[in-house]
Design a protein around this ligand. Structure first.
Ligand code: IVH
Length: 664
């Protein structure tokens, strides 16, 4: 059947419209329609493509969902070698570079473009007639791998430019720090090797052969380089950055021209201090001679250009003494070694423990109890033990032995999948596992039952009151009283009220509370929205699960496996009999923050930025990334950024985290 003209027109219009909203959301961070409206347009596009597959073009926003699974990546030769940069680490070294530049140019002054050095993975993007045709990794600088399908899932990379030109650009793909933390938490929970830092996570993600899996991990980009700028009449790097922005690329907003070395050093010092305000990792600044003509005069060596240099930030690592390694048993039985060390101050907080992730991690680095170790914060957030200071060993350090039985219940341990690095307690009724499952169920992100902390849950498990999550809804006064000491009338009344109220929580919270492997808060939301009831989700087939945006084959399989277990079916029936809500409720309007615009700065102790945004919205408020005069409340966490000063100037209500949560 030929495609009717009006369908074709509608399709073209939809494509353009969706990409425009995409651009406003991901590049400008200034959306003009709601998520629901966006979803509606997207659904219409998918429906048209389903009915008329011949409509589909390489620049269709539907490509961003991924779906193509490759066997391997094709090798591609770079049009111009992708060089790397020489590094400098302090003022003197930078001044050495500056003097060489002036000498070689036979000049006394030169303009520099200062840019942040994004700690990601560099890529080359080729556009033909304004359409993205190839995305290529750096590889060895001469040949890279074609990762076009993966690149298309990155929302800030345009599939179609605002000008119909042929061009090749380069830039950095990176993983925002919060996304890195989210993915690692999920990986640790699932017994997978965690990524050491956001850069490794980015590289690992871009190498995935299933682009649908790539789409799930929200990568982002900054583009900073035009190949053959003379073809577009560009004379300076400054002009190139403006041009890139005009084409629809996301460029870094903090780039700044400096007219002398002092200005460059000032810029470097400023960002050394401010780097943690950013939502992505930066490891220094890149200083580029601004004029392309002068760049050409300076030329390059085989390795790096003579017209640019990296000036790195001092790395924030500290040495401390590792006192003890404790073994923690998680909800799926995974035994995680946790290092406890003498407290050190690192990037604004005091840290005294860090996950060692798994026993391979310890072996690879040869970390021993009693060692002096180097610690740092990956992505500025998550404490990590980098490795031991071998020179300081006295011989009294103790090797960390992989446990042969569960440190809690004494049960057997082993691996359940060959590709796992994790070791698990295999005893299905290990009380520690149950406590973790329960903890997840009552947590703030799930059923949010306050007053049921780890200690109390443990007591209830030990007393035989809780054998699964559903038992929570069968607790009564008598059972609670039997716990004895410390459980008075008031506590009992509070607990029972909390438990009763939790029966009406949103469906996504229930799904998250079930503890399905691979399914965290975000996926639970997607599932709830898609399936509308728990029954629908339980009955979903593999293919139906794959239809949900962001669900890949692994997660789909994990969900199927989970619901096929008889014990799970029993528990769900028990939850249902108790009157727990199994249905999807559209977000309610109203609420204590209704009509209020809330903004955040610094790091909150109790939730991530994303979670905070959702919390605000669940209370009827609007969360915004940027502080404007319209903001009503600024909530201040640890290490606040420049928003705090701005809020003071505007006279906006400023609240600490504690004040805010007390009130709302
Ligand atoms: S320009 C020939 N600008 O740093 C010069 N690179 O260590 C090409 N990087 O491979 C690089 N931010 O992956 C440039 N604003 C920026 C950058 C940047 C990060 C990375 C890039 C490069 C590496 C060199």
């Amino acid at each position: 059947m030929p495609v009717p003209l009006e369908v074709k027109e509608r399709y073209e219009k939809l494509k353009a419209e969706i990409e425009e909203h995409n651009f406003r959301y991901y590049v400008l961070a200034n959306p003009i329609i709601s998520d629901e409206e966006y979803d509606k347009l997207f659904k219409e596009l998918l429906e048209l493509e389903r009915m008329y597959p011949e409509l589909k073009t390489p620049d269709s926003p539907s490509q961003r969902i991924g779906g193509v699974v490759l066997d391997e990546f094709r090798k591609v030769t770079h049009s111009v070698p992708m060089l790397s940069l020489d590094n400098t680490y302090n003022e003197e070294e930078f001044l050495g570079f500056h003097e060489r530049v002036l000498r070689n140019l036979n000049s006394t002054q030169v303009d520099y473009m200062c840019e942040l050095k994004i700690d990601g993975v560099s890529v080359a993007l080729r556009y033909t007639n304004g359409i993205l045709t190839q995305g290529i990794t750096r590889g060895d600088g001469i040949t890279g791998e074609e990762i076009t399908e993966n690149i298309k899932t990155i929302a800030s990379i345009p599939l179609r430019l605002r000008k119909e030109i042929d061009i090749e650009v380069r830039g950095e793909v990176f993983m925002p720090v919060r996304e890195f933390a989210r993915i690692n938490a999920e990986r640790e929970k699932n017994g997978l090797q965690v990524f050491a830092n956001p850069r490794n996570a980015t590289a690992g993600t871009l190498k995935l052969l299933d682009s649908r899996e790539v789409a799930k991990r929200k990568l982002d980009s900054f583009i900073y380089y035009v190949i053959f700028p003379e073809n577009y009449n560009l004379k300076t790097q400054e002009e190139a950055l403006i041009f890139l922005k005009e084409l629809g690329f996301k460029t870094n907003p903090h780039s700044k021209k400096q007219e002398n070395a002092t200005g460059v050093i000032e810029y470097w010092k400023e960002w050394t201090k401010r780097r943690r305000e950013l939502e992505y990792d930066v490891d220094g600044i890149v200083v580029k001679v601004n004029e392309f003509e002068l760049q050409r005069t300076l030329g390059e060596t085989v390795r790096s250009p003579r017209w640019a240099i990296a000036l790195k930030f001092p790395s924030e690592q500290k040495e401390t003494k590792l006192i003890k390694v404790r073994f923690q048993v998680g909800s799926t039985g995974i035994i995680t070694p946790v290092a406890e060390f003498l407290p050190v101050h690192l990037e604004g907080t005091t840290v005294k423990r860090a996950s060692l992730h798994n026993f391979e991690y310890i072996k690879e680095r040869d970390i021993r109890e009693g060692d002096y170790v180097i610690v740092e914060k990956a992505g500025g957030i998550i404490p990590q033990v980098i490795g031991p200071v071998v020179e300081k060993r006295t011989g009294s350090e103790k090797e960390i032995v992989t446990p042969e039985k569960c440190p809690v219940c004494g049960g057997k341990v082993g691996k359940i999948k060959s590709d796992e690095v994790a070791i698990r307690c295999l005893n299905p009724s290990c009380p520690e596992k149950l406590v973790r499952v329960l903890e997840n169920f009552v947590s703030r992100d799930a059923m949010n039952i306050q007053g049921l902390g780890e200690k109390l849950l443990k007591r209830m498990v030990d007393a035989g009151l809780l054998k699964d999550i559903a038992d929570i809804y069968y607790l009564d006064e008598k059972k609670l009283r039997s716990l004895g000491k410390g459980i008075g009338d008031k506590t009992i009344k509070n607990l029972l009220t909390q438990i009763e109220q939790s029966k009406n929580r949103e469906l996504d919270r229930l799904i998250n509370g079930l503890g399905i492997p691979n399914v965290g808060a975000k996926t639970s939301k997607d599932l709830a929205k898609h399936f509308k009831t728990l029954e629908n989700l339980m009955n979903a087939t593999f293919d139906e699960l794959l239809e949900v945006e962001g669900i890949g084959v692994d997660t789909a399989q994990a969900i199927l496996n989970f619901f096929s277990q008889d014990e799970v079916k029993k528990i769900i029936q028990k939850l249902k009999d108790a009157g727990v809500n199994f249905g999807y409720q559209e977000k309610e309007k109203g609420g204590p923050l209704s009509g209020q615009v809330i903004c955040q700065t610094g790091v909150l102790s109790r939730m991530t930025r994303q979670e905070f945004a959702e919390y605000v919205e669940s209370k009827g408020g609007t969360f915004t990334e940027n502080l404007t005069k319209k903001t009503n409340i600024l909530v201040v966490g640890e290490n606040p950024g420049s928003k705090l000063e701005k809020a003071r100037q505007y006279g906006i209500t400023i609240m600490t985290e504690e004040e805010f949560f007390e009130k709302y």
